[in-house]
Design a protein around this ligand. Sequence first.
Ligand code: SF4
Length: 326
Amino acid sequence: MALIKIDKESGIPLIGSVFIGVIDRGSNLIQIRPTTICNLNCIFCSTDAGSKSRFHVNQFEVDVNYLLEWIKEIVKFKGEGVEANIDSVGEAMCYKDIIKLIKGIKKLKEVKRISMQSNGMLLDKTKIKELEKAGINKINLSLHSLDENKNKILTGCNTYNTKKVIKNAELINKSKIELLLAPVWLPGFNNEDVEDIIKLSKKLNCKIGIQKYELYKYGRKVRKIKELNYWKFYRKLEEWERKFDVKLKLGPIDFKIKRTKRIPKVFELNDKVIVDIKMPGWIDGELMGVSKNRAINIVNSNLKVGQRAKVKIINAKNELYIAKTI
Ligand code: SF4
Protein backbone atom coordinates (compact mmCIF):
# COMPACT_ATOMS: atom_id res chain seq x y z
CA MET A 1 0.00 0.00 0.00
CA ALA A 2 1.37 3.41 -0.94
CA LEU A 3 1.57 6.14 1.69
CA ILE A 4 0.26 9.43 0.32
CA LYS A 5 1.26 12.58 2.18
CA ILE A 6 -1.21 15.44 2.22
CA ASP A 7 0.38 18.83 2.67
CA LYS A 8 -0.32 22.37 1.52
CA GLU A 9 1.27 21.72 -1.89
CA SER A 10 -1.01 18.71 -2.46
CA GLY A 11 -3.89 21.16 -2.89
CA ILE A 12 -6.26 18.87 -0.95
CA PRO A 13 -8.60 20.84 1.32
CA LEU A 14 -8.98 19.28 4.77
CA ILE A 15 -12.75 19.42 4.81
CA GLY A 16 -14.88 17.17 2.66
CA SER A 17 -13.24 13.77 3.00
CA VAL A 18 -14.34 11.34 5.69
CA PHE A 19 -10.96 9.69 6.15
CA ILE A 20 -8.63 12.65 6.42
CA GLY A 21 -8.72 16.19 7.83
CA VAL A 22 -11.45 17.68 9.99
CA ILE A 23 -15.13 16.77 10.35
CA ASP A 24 -17.78 19.13 11.74
CA ARG A 25 -21.10 17.44 12.48
CA GLY A 26 -22.71 20.58 13.84
CA SER A 27 -21.70 20.19 17.48
CA ASN A 28 -18.95 21.59 19.69
CA LEU A 29 -16.95 18.40 19.01
CA ILE A 30 -14.85 18.35 15.87
CA GLN A 31 -13.19 15.15 14.68
CA ILE A 32 -9.57 15.31 13.60
CA ARG A 33 -8.20 12.63 11.30
CA PRO A 34 -4.45 12.89 10.73
CA THR A 35 -3.72 9.35 9.49
CA THR A 36 -5.37 6.24 8.08
CA ILE A 37 -2.60 3.97 9.39
CA CYS A 38 -3.31 1.44 12.12
CA ASN A 39 -1.07 -1.07 13.90
CA LEU A 40 -3.92 -3.56 14.49
CA ASN A 41 -6.37 -5.45 12.27
CA CYS A 42 -9.48 -5.77 14.44
CA ILE A 43 -11.90 -8.31 13.01
CA PHE A 44 -14.82 -5.88 13.49
CA CYS A 45 -13.04 -2.71 12.32
CA SER A 46 -15.62 -0.33 10.87
CA THR A 47 -12.97 1.33 8.70
CA ASP A 48 -11.15 -1.84 7.54
CA ALA A 49 -7.91 -0.34 8.85
CA GLY A 50 -4.57 -2.09 9.26
CA SER A 51 -2.20 -4.10 7.09
CA LYS A 52 -4.80 -6.82 6.36
CA SER A 53 -7.25 -4.39 4.78
CA ARG A 54 -9.38 -5.81 1.97
CA PHE A 55 -10.58 -2.56 0.46
CA HIS A 56 -7.88 0.05 0.89
CA VAL A 57 -5.19 0.54 -1.71
CA ASN A 58 -3.48 3.61 -0.22
CA GLN A 59 -2.71 5.07 3.18
CA PHE A 60 -2.84 8.80 3.92
CA GLU A 61 -1.04 11.06 6.35
CA VAL A 62 -1.55 14.80 6.75
CA ASP A 63 1.28 17.26 7.34
CA VAL A 64 0.92 18.57 10.87
CA ASN A 65 1.38 22.26 10.06
CA TYR A 66 -1.18 22.05 7.27
CA LEU A 67 -3.65 20.26 9.55
CA LEU A 68 -3.16 22.87 12.27
CA GLU A 69 -3.86 25.67 9.76
CA TRP A 70 -7.25 24.14 8.99
CA ILE A 71 -8.10 23.39 12.61
CA LYS A 72 -7.29 27.00 13.51
CA GLU A 73 -9.67 28.36 10.86
CA ILE A 74 -12.45 25.95 11.75
CA VAL A 75 -12.37 26.59 15.51
CA LYS A 76 -12.25 30.33 14.86
CA PHE A 77 -15.53 29.92 12.99
CA LYS A 78 -17.06 27.57 15.59
CA GLY A 79 -16.20 29.81 18.55
CA GLU A 80 -15.35 29.10 22.18
CA GLY A 81 -15.87 25.70 23.83
CA VAL A 82 -14.69 23.32 21.10
CA GLU A 83 -13.63 19.76 21.90
CA ALA A 84 -10.98 18.56 19.45
CA ASN A 85 -11.31 14.78 19.22
CA ILE A 86 -8.44 13.07 17.43
CA ASP A 87 -10.35 9.99 16.38
CA SER A 88 -8.65 9.04 13.11
CA VAL A 89 -9.83 6.18 10.95
CA GLY A 90 -6.55 4.51 11.94
CA GLU A 91 -4.64 4.68 15.23
CA ALA A 92 -3.79 8.18 16.45
CA MET A 93 -0.50 6.96 17.95
CA CYS A 94 0.62 5.85 14.48
CA TYR A 95 0.79 9.54 13.61
CA LYS A 96 4.41 10.56 14.12
CA ASP A 97 3.53 14.19 14.88
CA ILE A 98 0.82 13.46 17.42
CA ILE A 99 2.55 15.45 20.18
CA LYS A 100 3.15 18.44 17.91
CA LEU A 101 -0.50 18.25 16.82
CA ILE A 102 -1.78 18.26 20.42
CA LYS A 103 0.57 21.09 21.42
CA GLY A 104 -0.60 23.12 18.42
CA ILE A 105 -4.29 22.55 19.22
CA LYS A 106 -3.67 23.42 22.87
CA LYS A 107 -2.62 26.94 21.83
CA LEU A 108 -6.03 27.66 20.25
CA LYS A 109 -8.14 29.66 22.69
CA GLU A 110 -11.42 28.31 21.28
CA VAL A 111 -10.48 24.71 22.20
CA LYS A 112 -11.44 23.82 25.75
CA ARG A 113 -10.69 20.11 25.59
CA ILE A 114 -8.59 17.67 23.54
CA SER A 115 -9.46 14.00 23.44
CA MET A 116 -8.11 11.05 21.52
CA GLN A 117 -9.06 7.47 20.65
CA SER A 118 -6.33 4.87 21.03
CA ASN A 119 -6.01 1.10 21.07
CA GLY A 120 -3.26 1.54 23.68
CA MET A 121 -0.67 -0.78 22.15
CA LEU A 122 1.74 1.98 21.15
CA LEU A 123 1.54 3.77 24.49
CA ASP A 124 4.00 3.42 27.33
CA LYS A 125 4.98 5.40 30.43
CA THR A 126 7.07 7.93 28.45
CA LYS A 127 4.47 8.50 25.74
CA ILE A 128 1.67 8.94 28.29
CA LYS A 129 3.84 11.53 30.09
CA GLU A 130 4.44 13.31 26.75
CA LEU A 131 0.72 13.31 25.94
CA GLU A 132 -0.06 14.65 29.40
CA LYS A 133 2.54 17.41 29.05
CA ALA A 134 1.31 18.30 25.56
CA GLY A 135 -2.11 18.94 27.10
CA ILE A 136 -4.42 16.08 26.16
CA ASN A 137 -7.42 15.93 28.47
CA LYS A 138 -8.92 12.53 27.76
CA ILE A 139 -8.06 9.18 26.16
CA ASN A 140 -10.78 6.78 25.02
CA LEU A 141 -8.97 3.46 25.22
CA SER A 142 -10.38 0.59 23.19
CA LEU A 143 -10.01 -2.71 25.02
CA HIS A 144 -12.43 -5.51 24.21
CA SER A 145 -11.38 -8.36 26.50
CA LEU A 146 -8.98 -9.10 29.33
CA ASP A 147 -8.17 -12.51 27.87
CA GLU A 148 -4.93 -12.63 25.87
CA ASN A 149 -6.04 -15.25 23.32
CA LYS A 150 -9.39 -13.58 22.76
CA ASN A 151 -7.68 -10.24 22.26
CA LYS A 152 -5.29 -11.70 19.68
CA ILE A 153 -8.35 -12.92 17.76
CA LEU A 154 -10.31 -9.69 18.22
CA THR A 155 -7.45 -7.44 17.16
CA GLY A 156 -6.18 -9.73 14.38
CA CYS A 157 -2.73 -9.30 15.89
CA ASN A 158 -0.54 -12.10 17.27
CA THR A 159 1.68 -9.70 19.14
CA TYR A 160 -1.19 -7.96 20.96
CA ASN A 161 -0.23 -7.63 24.61
CA THR A 162 -3.19 -7.39 26.99
CA LYS A 163 -1.05 -6.84 30.10
CA LYS A 164 0.66 -3.89 28.42
CA VAL A 165 -2.65 -2.25 27.47
CA ILE A 166 -4.06 -2.75 31.00
CA LYS A 167 -0.84 -1.28 32.43
CA ASN A 168 -1.26 1.71 30.09
CA ALA A 169 -4.86 2.11 31.26
CA GLU A 170 -3.58 2.24 34.84
CA LEU A 171 -0.87 4.77 33.94
CA ILE A 172 -3.36 7.04 32.15
CA ASN A 173 -5.68 6.77 35.11
CA LYS A 174 -2.93 7.90 37.48
CA SER A 175 -2.05 10.87 35.24
CA LYS A 176 -4.00 14.10 34.74
CA ILE A 177 -5.56 12.53 31.63
CA GLU A 178 -9.12 11.30 32.01
CA LEU A 179 -9.54 7.64 31.01
CA LEU A 180 -12.56 6.09 29.35
CA LEU A 181 -12.53 2.38 28.54
CA ALA A 182 -14.25 1.81 25.21
CA PRO A 183 -14.88 -1.87 24.48
CA VAL A 184 -16.77 -2.88 21.35
CA TRP A 185 -19.44 -5.40 22.32
CA LEU A 186 -19.86 -8.19 19.79
CA PRO A 187 -23.10 -9.84 20.95
CA GLY A 188 -22.48 -13.49 21.85
CA PHE A 189 -18.74 -13.21 21.21
CA ASN A 190 -17.34 -11.13 24.06
CA ASN A 191 -20.24 -10.73 26.52
CA GLU A 192 -18.24 -12.01 29.50
CA ASP A 193 -15.22 -10.04 28.38
CA VAL A 194 -17.24 -6.81 28.40
CA GLU A 195 -18.36 -7.71 31.92
CA ASP A 196 -14.69 -8.08 32.91
CA ILE A 197 -14.01 -4.62 31.49
CA ILE A 198 -16.93 -3.15 33.43
CA LYS A 199 -15.35 -4.63 36.58
CA LEU A 200 -11.98 -3.16 35.56
CA SER A 201 -13.57 0.29 35.13
CA LYS A 202 -15.03 -0.01 38.63
CA LYS A 203 -11.65 -1.05 40.03
CA LEU A 204 -9.91 1.87 38.30
CA ASN A 205 -12.83 4.19 39.06
CA CYS A 206 -12.83 5.39 35.45
CA LYS A 207 -15.61 5.83 32.92
CA ILE A 208 -16.66 3.15 30.47
CA GLY A 209 -18.41 3.66 27.14
CA ILE A 210 -19.49 0.37 25.55
CA GLN A 211 -19.55 0.67 21.77
CA LYS A 212 -22.14 -0.96 19.57
CA TYR A 213 -20.87 -3.32 16.86
CA GLU A 214 -22.00 -1.81 13.57
CA LEU A 215 -21.81 -3.07 10.01
CA TYR A 216 -20.52 -0.82 7.24
CA LYS A 217 -20.15 -1.42 3.54
CA TYR A 218 -16.36 -1.10 3.70
CA GLY A 219 -15.93 -2.31 7.27
CA ARG A 220 -15.04 -5.81 8.54
CA LYS A 221 -17.77 -8.21 9.51
CA VAL A 222 -17.50 -10.99 12.08
CA ARG A 223 -19.06 -14.20 10.84
CA LYS A 224 -22.28 -15.20 12.64
CA ILE A 225 -22.32 -12.02 14.76
CA LYS A 226 -25.39 -9.94 14.11
CA GLU A 227 -25.62 -6.19 14.46
CA LEU A 228 -28.24 -5.36 17.11
CA ASN A 229 -30.70 -2.53 16.78
CA TYR A 230 -30.41 0.30 19.29
CA TRP A 231 -33.40 -0.92 21.33
CA LYS A 232 -31.76 -4.29 21.99
CA PHE A 233 -28.38 -2.67 22.58
CA TYR A 234 -29.74 -0.33 25.24
CA ARG A 235 -31.72 -3.14 26.90
CA LYS A 236 -28.45 -5.04 27.37
CA LEU A 237 -26.75 -1.94 28.74
CA GLU A 238 -29.62 -1.53 31.21
CA GLU A 239 -29.21 -5.16 32.27
CA TRP A 240 -25.50 -4.58 32.90
CA GLU A 241 -26.26 -1.31 34.70
CA ARG A 242 -28.46 -3.24 37.16
CA LYS A 243 -25.99 -6.09 37.51
CA PHE A 244 -22.94 -3.90 38.15
CA ASP A 245 -24.54 -0.76 39.55
CA VAL A 246 -22.75 1.45 37.04
CA LYS A 247 -23.88 3.99 34.44
CA LEU A 248 -23.47 2.60 30.94
CA LYS A 249 -26.06 4.42 28.84
CA LEU A 250 -24.16 7.52 27.84
CA GLY A 251 -25.52 10.35 25.75
CA PRO A 252 -24.30 13.70 24.41
CA ILE A 253 -24.67 15.32 27.87
CA ASP A 254 -22.27 12.77 29.40
CA PHE A 255 -19.74 13.66 26.73
CA LYS A 256 -20.49 17.39 27.14
CA ILE A 257 -21.56 17.61 23.49
CA LYS A 258 -23.98 20.31 22.44
CA ARG A 259 -25.24 21.63 19.12
CA THR A 260 -23.36 24.60 17.64
CA LYS A 261 -23.28 26.39 14.32
CA ARG A 262 -21.84 24.27 11.55
CA ILE A 263 -19.57 25.14 8.68
CA PRO A 264 -21.89 26.19 5.83
CA LYS A 265 -22.48 23.72 3.04
CA VAL A 266 -20.78 24.35 -0.26
CA PHE A 267 -22.62 21.71 -2.28
CA GLU A 268 -26.08 20.16 -2.08
CA LEU A 269 -27.11 16.62 -2.95
CA ASN A 270 -27.36 16.11 -6.75
CA ASP A 271 -25.33 19.23 -7.53
CA LYS A 272 -23.26 18.89 -10.67
CA VAL A 273 -19.75 20.07 -10.00
CA ILE A 274 -16.53 20.56 -11.96
CA VAL A 275 -13.66 18.97 -10.05
CA ASP A 276 -9.91 18.77 -10.45
CA ILE A 277 -8.73 15.22 -9.83
CA LYS A 278 -5.74 15.54 -7.54
CA MET A 279 -4.89 12.06 -6.32
CA PRO A 280 -6.06 8.46 -5.96
CA GLY A 281 -8.45 7.70 -3.13
CA TRP A 282 -8.46 5.32 -0.18
CA ILE A 283 -10.37 2.54 -1.92
CA ASP A 284 -9.66 1.00 -5.31
CA GLY A 285 -11.45 2.98 -8.04
CA GLU A 286 -11.84 6.05 -5.81
CA LEU A 287 -10.28 9.41 -6.56
CA MET A 288 -9.79 12.58 -4.58
CA GLY A 289 -11.13 15.63 -6.37
CA VAL A 290 -11.19 19.27 -5.36
CA SER A 291 -13.70 22.03 -5.96
CA LYS A 292 -14.56 25.24 -4.09
CA ASN A 293 -12.00 24.51 -1.37
CA ARG A 294 -13.53 21.13 -0.50
CA ALA A 295 -12.22 17.59 -0.96
CA ILE A 296 -14.62 15.34 -2.84
CA ASN A 297 -14.31 11.54 -2.91
CA ILE A 298 -15.28 10.29 -6.35
CA VAL A 299 -16.34 6.63 -6.40
CA ASN A 300 -16.10 3.96 -9.12
CA SER A 301 -14.37 6.26 -11.52
CA ASN A 302 -12.19 5.74 -14.60
CA LEU A 303 -10.97 9.33 -14.45
CA LYS A 304 -7.24 9.99 -14.11
CA VAL A 305 -5.25 12.20 -11.78
CA GLY A 306 -4.72 15.59 -13.46
CA GLN A 307 -8.06 15.56 -15.30
CA ARG A 308 -10.85 18.10 -14.83
CA ALA A 309 -14.30 16.52 -14.94
CA LYS A 310 -17.96 16.96 -14.16
CA VAL A 311 -19.33 14.89 -11.26
CA LYS A 312 -22.61 14.59 -9.38
CA ILE A 313 -22.74 14.89 -5.59
CA ILE A 314 -24.34 11.75 -4.14
CA ASN A 315 -23.64 12.48 -0.47
CA ALA A 316 -23.41 15.91 1.15
CA LYS A 317 -24.02 15.24 4.85
CA ASN A 318 -21.88 17.08 7.40
CA GLU A 319 -19.74 18.69 4.69
CA LEU A 320 -18.54 15.21 3.66
CA TYR A 321 -18.76 14.92 -0.09
CA ILE A 322 -19.04 11.80 -2.22
CA ALA A 323 -19.61 12.10 -5.97
CA LYS A 324 -19.88 9.93 -9.05
CA THR A 325 -18.86 10.72 -12.61
CA ILE A 326 -21.54 11.78 -15.09
S1 SF4 B 1 -7.56 -0.32 16.44
FE1 SF4 B 1 -9.37 0.73 15.67
S2 SF4 B 1 -8.78 1.46 13.64
FE2 SF4 B 1 -7.29 -0.08 14.23
S3 SF4 B 1 -8.04 -1.99 13.33
FE3 SF4 B 1 -8.80 -1.87 15.46
S4 SF4 B 1 -10.83 -0.91 15.27
FE4 SF4 B 1 -9.74 -0.51 13.35
